[in-house]
Write a protein that binds this ligand. Structure first.
Ligand SMILES: O=C[C@H](O)COP(=O)(O)O
Length: 261
């Protein structure tokens, strides 16, 4: 973690929790997290689409410092696209963030780099901050091609993204072999790729963008492994799946693994 960038912990709930369960979880987070915690790190939840209005009502009504976002968006802004959700709608629901390029979307919905790039553009069109996910599968890691692979995904997704847009970008390095497996990357593994991604940002844009962009790590993050990951200079937080459904563990993660706030 660098003191120049405020850490961000984003809980990707994936396809879990209905809107009533969402209210309960956000209330538990709000009850536990203090102003000191929020001064130290940004905390976001990424619920299923069906929960967003309920989360918005709670966050706005109780003036919570928790922010939220969506797990996906359409490349289109409106029209005959059955089942899709546009960035316009997400912005109206008060979303701050939206994921683009999550490996589960790339795998199950065949989202290639061109689609991911179009979703990044759609996010910016609607003043949403994209959390761009990159990361290799196990065969690529075993062959030693993981850094080049993540950088190539970054290059493809940022094609056409302007400097002033890139400044607000969030990246998430999520090695696919670590997602949902309990096989968390070592802090050195995370640092190796995150520093390479930051160096590429400096080449694509400039040193200011590279210094500003927050790069998260995701893949089996838990409260007992976050401290070592956050000790890495180019890791600025975490994109948390399973552990974000456990409010007590997610609170500990937001505190970098410390027990008390
Ligand atoms: O978006 C979150 C990542 O897919 C990590 O999920 P996980 O923490 O359950 O491994």
């Amino acid at each position: 973690m660098s003191t120049a960038r405020k850490p961000l912990f984003a809980g990707n709930w994936k396809m879990n929790l209905n809107h009533l369960e969402a209210i309960a979880l956000v209330q538990k987070l709000a009850f536990s997290l203090t102003d000191k915690d929020f001064d130290r790190a940004d905390v976001a939840v990424l619920p299923p689409f069906t929960d967003l209005r309920s989360v918005q009502t709670l966050v706005d009504g109780d003036k919570l410092r928790i922010v939220y976002g969506a797990q996906d968006l359409s490349v289109h802004d409106s029209g005959a696209y059955t089942g899709e959700i546009s960035g316009t709608m997400l912005a109206k629901l008060g979303c701050t963030y939206v994921l683009a390029g999550h490996s589960e979307r790339r795998q199950y919905h065949r989202e290639d780099d061109q689609v991911v790039g179009a979703k990044v553009q759609a996010a910016y069109r609607h003043s949403l901050t994209p959390i761009l996910c990159v990361g290799e599968g196990l065969p690529v890691r075993q062959a030693g091609g993981h850094v080049a692979y993540a950088v190539s995904q970054l290059d493809a997704a940022l094609n056409g993204v302007k400097t002033e847009q890139a400044r607000s970008l969030v990246l998430a390095y999520e090695p696919v072999w670590a997602i949902g497996t309990g096989e968390v990357a070592t802090p050195d593994d995370a640092q190796e790729v995150c520093t390479a991604l930051r160096a590429r940002l400096a080449e694509l844009y400039d040193a200011e963008v590279a210094a500003a962009v927050r790069i998260l790590y995701g893949g089996s993050v838990k409260s007992d492994n976050i401290a070592g990951i956050m000790a890495q200079p180019d890791v600025d937080g975490a994109l948390v799946g399973g552990a974000s459904l456990d409010p007590a563990d997610f609170v500990k993660i937001c505190r970098f693994g410390e027990i008390s706030g």
